[in-house]
Ligand binder design. Structure first.
Ligand SMILES: Nc1nc2c(c(=O)[nH]1)N[C@H]1C(S)=C(S)[C@@H](COP(=O)(O)OP(=O)(O)OC[C@H]3O[C@@H](n4cnc5c(=O)[nH]c(N)nc54)[C@H](O)[C@@H]3O)O[C@H]1N2
Ligand SMILES: Nc1nc2c(c(=O)[nH]1)N[C@H]1C(S)=C(S)[C@@H](COP(=O)(O)OP(=O)(O)OC[C@H]3O[C@@H](n4cnc5c(=O)[nH]c(N)nc54)[C@H](O)[C@@H]3O)O[C@H]1N2
Ligand code: SF4
Ligand SMILES: [Mo]
Length: 885
């Protein structure tokens, strides 16, 4: 048995995992008990990591225009095309668009090559869509992009305020730490602030379901209230901050009293009062914020509005206190350290500061430094569309799905002269538009470091060989740098060499003026690098990390004082109208990761929420004539999507929620990015992904069906979703156009039966049902069920289970097209617990039959909820009890 210590590649919690491999190559993934992020816990996604390793669709070889080429040809072509474009149009005509999912070493090399050698600031990252507002807010307040807190502060707090964070689903291990902290300390109060009542609110003593986009009003109101009610820490404010009066004056003038706040945020006055009083009287407050704050056209101001409240009360740099941005991606923070955003340099230096540019140029010995900030993501893709940027290299991100106004992004890339995409998988919506496709190493193969939300740097270590000819991103970039003539400056042979350089730059001419400093690691040997323990930056000279920042009341602004920002609240730009009467909010689900390239191949993770959906209040659904489980068409007057209707009272009236995950590889028309306008924060450039205006209506389907197939297909119906199951892909369809010849449709869908493939079909014209099955010998290859009269379709779980048979038993073969199992089996229902694969129906049955009355008793009976705990809020809902009360 070989064990590798590494870090989970999903969210910014950055959990440590132990990967165990036996002699037969079987791999299991266990939580690392010693890692300070998770201390032995993992969520459903981390637990299922082994299932996503053997990816059926890896990109294995470099390709140019669809033809396999050698690495030498691929990298020479990139270099010469870049050189031609730069010679003709200048360096500003080329760009990189990178990702918070790259390792720090990859990120460092990409940033160095673009900003120091190609000589333009045109490298931006998907962190623009994710953390850039938090970065800007921290910089304005603290003088540097510094996250003050540590995870341990969540346990030390007496009040945790979660604003625009669905941590139960998005930072599940931190959520579990908060659950445990509350159990251990019942006095700990939790407040959630989110227009939706999410699973996170299950832990809350108070949930504030405010009107979308009104957070700055709520926090300005809090600042004014704190100032007026004697909660100012005068000593801290006078010694360690600047700008308090202007900020408080602005807060008082915009939000004079609790009534005004309550009215504008559409909250009960007493709830606002309770929140303010709790905040005022609790010294240990941590305010956690995430995309409900960041993804806004005034996201930076919102971040500062909440940081202001911590500065006024001196609740920063102390145990159990601080304004804590939970980062999204596994290496969002590492990307910030190396300056991966177009308006940063490296090592937390400023690209717009000539001295900083000179310092970095000197360190890199670079011939052509970027002279200022490059284009931010949304502007970059607009410049590509306008033909100003003629070559773009996209690494580790899927912008055709994740940027706002994805149809513009698609059109921009479609007419771009040179699109290069490095990815691990062979099919993404972005790769479809690439001229040059480069195979990158993925998790388990690549080697380097990541930094999580609380500044902990951890190792990602390889335990698998490279598939095909895939290379790590830094290796590809280094090869291109060599072909561009910069070999002497990119001498890297191994990841630790890059890490050392990054560490050295952080300490270069840094006499304590920059907080980010990991200089103690600038000479690490490969053995030391491999043994690096998770450590929170900055490091002292002895290499020890720092748990909490600002404990001495010193900040990194020119004056050394933290800066209050006077915030004038601004509401979202899109305003509801008669034509577009709903606010569209977007976000994540528990078991899926972004554009599904990894979680979409795991049967376990695909079972919790199998299809794209819109969540809508039942009264709105009724008014719009929408049926639960039916198909809704949501449009913004130009683009539309089709998703399933899910009604829920957790959704406020007038608002809709659609998850972001379903790309064109996994669904017909569910990519929600096409409905999001490219509206951004003026300072950070972060898009307002949580607030579009749309209309919703029923989609009149004339037939519905499903297909289970061993092969992955791309159906052509209006609505379809692909769902990974244990042995096959399941496709659900709905269509508004009638079909005359079902058999022809089926053959087209499944492709003509090849030799040796048996085809059985059954058509009932009276009942408008069509069923077909294909066999290879006695093995079931696919089956299709269609109903055009609204009649019920057979149980999917049973049919899916038939694909486990190498040879389908005769009895099952007969019952197959009847759509009924020969022997009735248990219908588990929708998966609730992904770790132990326990379905809703099984849980409901056990609750009823065995009189279960607690989450613990469900756990004892069915195991559900006993591993990662992510499903506990749902178990509570099934029990009909609310969390802590
Ligand atoms: N399961 C899973 N986990 C993930 C990811 C994933 O894809 N899947 N992705 C990771 C990444 S990159 C990120 S950035 C994080 C994101 O983590 P979160 O930010 O927690 O997740 P989101 O679902 O994007 O949005 C958070 C909440 O903001 C709320 N919101 C919308 N508008 C407003 C508003 O006006 N005010 C307030 N206060 N709230 C609002 C939404 O209703 C939503 O519940 O998750 C990370 N973790
Ligand atoms: N409407 C709306 N849009 C959003 C959001 C939202 O809440 N609402 N959230 C935004 C946020 S916060 C984020 S972070 C983005 C995420 O959006 P994306 O970054 O576009 O989503 P991913 O699916 O994570 O894309 C990562 C890609 O990189 C590949 N990959 C993984 N590891 C590596 C590697 O080591 N090297 C290379 N070269 N490739 C690799 C994966 O296969 C995948 O194709 O979406 C943003 N878009
Ligand atoms: S919380 Fe889950 S997804 Fe995030 S790092 Fe930990 S195991 Fe991975
Ligand atoms: Mo993100």
């Amino acid at each position: 048995m070989k064990t590798t210590k590494t870090t989970c590649p999903y969210c910014g919690v950055g959990c440590g995992v132990l990967v165990q491999q036996d002699d037969n190559g079987n791999i299991s993934v266990k939580p690392d008990k010693e890692h300070p992020a998770n201390f032995g816990r993992l969520c459903s996604k981390g637990t299922a990591l082994a299932e996503t390793l053997d990816h059926p669709q890896r990109l294995l070889y470099p390709e140019i225009d669809g033809q396999r080429v050698s690495w030498d040809v691929a990298t020479s072509t990139i270099a010469s095309r870049f050189q031609q474009i730069i010679a003709a149009h200048g360096a500003e005509a080329v760009a990189f668009y990178v990702s918070g999912q790259l390792l720090t070493e990859d990120y460092y090399v990409a940033n160095k090559l673009m900003k120091g050698f190609i000589g333009t600031g045109n490298i931006d990252t998907n962190s623009r869509l994710c953390m850039s507002s938090a970065v800007a807010a921290y910089k304005r307040a603290f003088g540097e992009d510094l996250v003050p807190c540590s995870y341990a502060d969540l346990e030390a707090a007496q009040l945790i305020v979660l604003v625009g964070s669905n941590a139960a689903w998005c930072h599940p291990v931190l959520y579990q730490r908060m659950v445990k902290a509350k159990k251990a300390n019942p006095a700990l109060q939790v407040i959630t602030i989110d227009p939706r009542r999410t699973q996170t609110a299950d832990l809350a003593d108070l949930h504030l379901g405010l009107a979308p986009g009104t957070d700055a009003i709520l926090f300005n109101g809090l600042l004014a209230w704190l100032a007026e009610n004697g909660h100012t820490d005068h000593a801290f404010v006078s010694q360690s901050t600047a700008g308090m009066e202007q900020a408080v004056d602005m807060a008082k003038s915009t939000t004079p009293n609790v009534q005004v706040v309550a009215e504008q945020c559409r909250l009960p006055v007493e709830d606002v009062q309770r929140f303010y009083a709790l905040f005022g009287t609790t010294a240990q407050v941590v305010t956690v914020f995430s995309q409900g704050i960041n993804q806004s056209a005034s996201g930076v101001d919102k971040g500062n509005a909440l940081i202001n409240c911590h500065l006024l009360t001196g609740r920063i740099g102390k145990v159990g206190a601080g304004a804590f941005s939970f980062t999204g991606q596994p290496n969002a923070m590492g990307g910030r350290e190396v300056g991966g955003l177009a308006n940063q340099l490296a090592a937390h230096l400023d690209i717009d500061n000539a001295e900083h540019r000179a310092l970095v140029q000197d360190f890199w010995q670079s011939p052509t430094m970027a002279q200022g900030a490059g284009l931010k993501a949304v502007d970059l893709f607009q410049a590509i569309g306008a033909g100003k940027v003629k070559a773009v290299w996209i690494m580790g991100t899927n912008p055709v799905v994740s940027l706002p106004d994805t149809e513009q992004v698609r059109a921009a890339l479609a007419q771009c002269e040179l699109v290069i995409v490095s990815d691990c998988v062979s099919h993404t919506d972005t790769l479809e538009l690439a001229h040059i496709r480069l195979p990158a190493l993925g998790w388990g193969e690549r080697n380097g470091t990541v930094t999580n939300s609380d500044r902990t740097i951890s190792r990602q270590a390889p335990f698998l060989p490279a598939p095909g000819e895939a290379k790590q991103d830094w290796e590809i970039l280094t090869a291109v740098a060599h072909k561009l003539g910069f070999a002497a400056h990119f001498p890297y042979q191994a990841a630790h060499e890059i890490f050392r350089e990054h560490a050295a730059l952080s300490a270069y001419h840094n006499a304590g003026t920059r907080c980010f400093n990991i200089g103690a690691w600038q000479d690490v040997t490969v053995a030391q690098y491999d043994a690096l323990l998770p450590t929170q930056w900055p490091l002292n000279a002895a290499g020890q990390g720092t748990v909490r920042l600002f404990t001495d009341g010193k900040f990194f602004t020119a004056s050394g004082k933290a800066q209050f920002i006077a915030v004038q609240p601004r509401l979202p730009q899109a305003i509801r109208s008669a034509a577009l009467p709903f606010v569209l909010n977007t976000g994540r689900v528990r078991d899926h990761w972004h554009t599904l390239t990894r979680t979409g191949i795991s049967p376990r993770l695909s079972a919790h929420i199998a299809e794209p959906y819109v969540e809508i209040h039942p009264c709105d659904a009724r008014d719009q004539c929408l049926q639960e489980g039916g198909i809704a068409r949501i449009h913004n007057g130009m683009q539309h999507i089709l998703v399933k209707v899910k009604t829920s009272r957790d959704q406020q009236r007038g608002s809709l929620f659609v998850p972001i995950h379903w790309s064109g590889q996994f669904s017909g028309a569910a990519g929600v990015g096409r409905l999001i306008p490219a509206v951004v924060d003026p300072i950070s450039g972060q898009p307002e992904s949580k607030h579009a205006t749309v209309a919703i209506e029923p989609y009149q389907v004339v037939w519905q069906g499903f297909l289970i197939s061993r092969r992955k297909l791309t159906p052509k119906t209006d609505y379809w979703t692909a769902i990974r199951t244990e042995h096959a892909w399941r496709y659900e369809f709905f269509s508004a156009s009638s079909i005359d010849d079902w058999a022809a449709f089926a053959r087209d869908l499944l492709c003509q039966p090849a030799d040796g493939v048996n085809w059985t079909e059954y058509l009932d014209t009276a009942r408008q049902t069509y069923r077909a099955a294909r066999f290879t010998g006695a093995q079931l290859e696919s089956c299709l069920f269609i109903s055009a009269d609204g009649g019920a379709l057979p149980a999917r779980d049973w049919l899916v289970s038939l694909f486990a048979h190498e040879q389908l038993p005769a009895a099952e073969r007969t019952s197959l097209l009847l759509g009924k199992p020969a022997v009735a089996g248990e219908d588990k229902g929708r998966t609730v617990c992904a770790c132990f694969n326990v379905g809703e129906k099984t849980i409901r049955k056990a609750i009823a039959e065995q009189a279960l009355d607690s989450v613990e008793s469900i756990g004892r009976c069915l195991n559900a909820g006993t591993n990662c705990g992510s499903c506990i809020p749902e178990l509570r809902t099934l029990l009909g009890v609310s969390a802590t009360r």
